[in-house]
Design a protein around this ligand. Structure first.
Ligand SMILES: [Zn+2]
Length: 164
């Protein structure tokens, strides 16, 4: 099995075990590995991104989460980014439509001005805020699942992105 397939297989297993209610009709998210982390609500896919365009992003993201209550201060960035996209998967349908207009409007503006000081504005848009709050709440209350996920990223992430 290719390293990237091994990583995805481990993550599917983790998602099924820790997140998905077997009685739920929610579709399982599809996982991809490409340049950028993202969640696509149309096909319920989570993309794991290996291209960190901005080197200051992991630290800024970690600091934002710590400021908003995350009790883990040592989780690797790809794992936090993955949990953030899972947060979109779990929360996107609960964002009121009017709030999504705010999100699209702010993100449209920020797309032209991606500066360091915009990070707080970006993560305070309704959908990003909801995804991060889901992340913090889940991580703070599921120690075993977080340790399992940490092992997966520790064991498979580097091989997956290099051998991708
Ligand atoms: Zn997001």
């Amino acid at each position: 099995m290719r390293p990237s397939e091994k990583l995805k297989s481990e993550l599917y297993h983790w998602l099924a075990k820790n997140l998905l209610d077997p009685t739920s009709l929610d579709p399982m998210p599809t996982l991809y590995i490409d340049r950028k982390f993202c969640y696509d609500k149309i096909d319920h896919s989570i993309t794991l991104g290996w291209d960190l365009e901005r080197e200051d992003l992991p630290e800024a993201f970690n600091n934002w989460l710590l400021r908003h209550g995350l009790i883990w201060n040592n989780l690797p960035y790809p794992m936090l980014a993955f949990l953030h996209e899972v947060g979109h998967y779990k929360t996107i349908d609960s964002i009121p439509h009017n709030d999504m207009y705010i999100t699209w409007w702010i993100k449209g503006i920020l797309a032209y001005h991606r500066e360091k000081e915009d990070i707080n504005l970006y993560w305070n848009t309704p959908d990003e805020y909801a995804a991060n709050m889901w992340l913090i709440n889940f991580a703070n209350n599921h120690e075993e699942a977080i340790n399992e996920l940490g092992d997966i990223f520790c064991n498979y992430w580097n091989d997956a992105i290099e051998g991708n």
